[in-house]
Design a protein around this ligand. Structure first.
Ligand SMILES: C=C(O[C@@H]1C=C(C(=O)O)C=C[C@H]1O)C(=O)O
Length: 291
């Protein structure tokens, strides 16, 4: 295949959870062939969306909070969870050990600046489900510094997984905390999956890259399937890269994260955007657009 004069510029996420989706782009035998058509750039979720929306990228793994009517979702893959996701943690300081009231008593939340979807899920949890109005402070992911400044800290991705490993240390510094899995809060309240991110494209960019919607959908879905067939290789590759036990990485990639964009996930995405619009956390997105 000739090298495309306009490779599709891909904004991808540099956390552990998208690793299965990226398998073919990062491993032989397909990586070299895909590199002729796609150029990859890894960044934080919030920046993936910014790059796509500013047309500095053509395809991005982006938070569903950042979807606009101009972007089309590529069907097939997602970053979601059917119950506990593990990597979206709301850490709430306990006052006088009063656990049942801890959430309702939260007045300030330091939130990781890498997040878009989880931030809006947190706003929905407080403003729609609990009826309180905490203030949000944007903060880089550093649990102790966050909890020194606010009643609660919102962590996403690898920093959340690492914070769970350092739970004793964090509580020694801060005092006892309640650790809340935000995906579990959403799934128990709605009966629907918790959806964080999807592949989205600027449809006009595809014609420049001479890639059809069917090809892009097929290449991304096949990459996901190959990744899920190589979980043990991913566990081996990630164990030296992140200070998390191999068993936890395996469980995270196979049980916590759900990689298939089912009709339930699409329903969940619509409900999330409806609730977020109701509380003015995000602009309305009446119907998600698909490629
Ligand atoms: C499950 C996660 O999903 C991520 C969370 C996102 C968000 O909150 O905006 C965006 C992309 C996902 O990769 C995670 O990183 O922990």
């Amino acid at each position: 295949m000739p090298k495309s004069s306009h490779p599709v510029r891909v904004a991808a996420i540099n956390f552990l959870n998208p690793a299965p989706l990226m398998w073919d782009f990062e491993h032989p035998p397909l990586a070299a062939k895909l590199a002729e058509r796609y150029t990859l750039h890894y960044t934080r979720p919030a920046l993936c969306a910014d790059e796509l929306l500013a047309a500095r990228a053509d395809l991005g793994l982006i938070p569903i909070a950042s979807l606009t009517p101009d972007l089309a979702i590529v069907p097939g893959c997602t970053i979601a969870s059917l119950d506990r996701v593990r990597s979206i943690q709301l850490i709430v300081k306990l006052k006088d050990g009063k656990q049942p009231h801890a959430l309702k008593a939260v007045r300030t939340i330091a939130a990781d600046t890498a997040s878009r979807s989880s931030l809006a899920y947190t706003e929905i949890l407080f403003r729609k489900f609990l009826g309180t109005q905490p203030a949000f402070i944007q903060h880089p992911a550093d649990p102790i510094a966050m909890l020194e400044q606010a009643d609660a800290a919102l962590l996403i991705g690898d920093p959340a997984l690492l914070a769970l490993e350092a739970r004793d240390q964090i509580e020694q510094a801060i005092g006892p905390c309640q650790w809340i899995d935000l995906a579990h809060e959403w799934t128990t309240r709605t009966g629907l999956p918790w959806v964080a991110a999807v592949w989205a494209v600027r449809p006009e960019a595809l014609s420049l890259g001479h890639i059809s919607p069917a090809e892009i959908t097929d290449e991304l879905t096949t990459s996901r399937d190959h990744g899920l067939a190589h979980i043990e290789d991913l566990v081996r590759q990630w164990t030296p890269r992140i200070a998390i036990p191999a068993e936890t990485i395996r469980h995270y990639l196979t049980e916590n994260i759900h990689y298939t964009l089912t009709s339930d996930c699409i329903e969940a995405m619509k409900l999330f955007r409806r609730y977020a619009a109701e509380i003015d956390a995000l602009p309305p997105l009446p119907e998600p657009r698909f490629l």
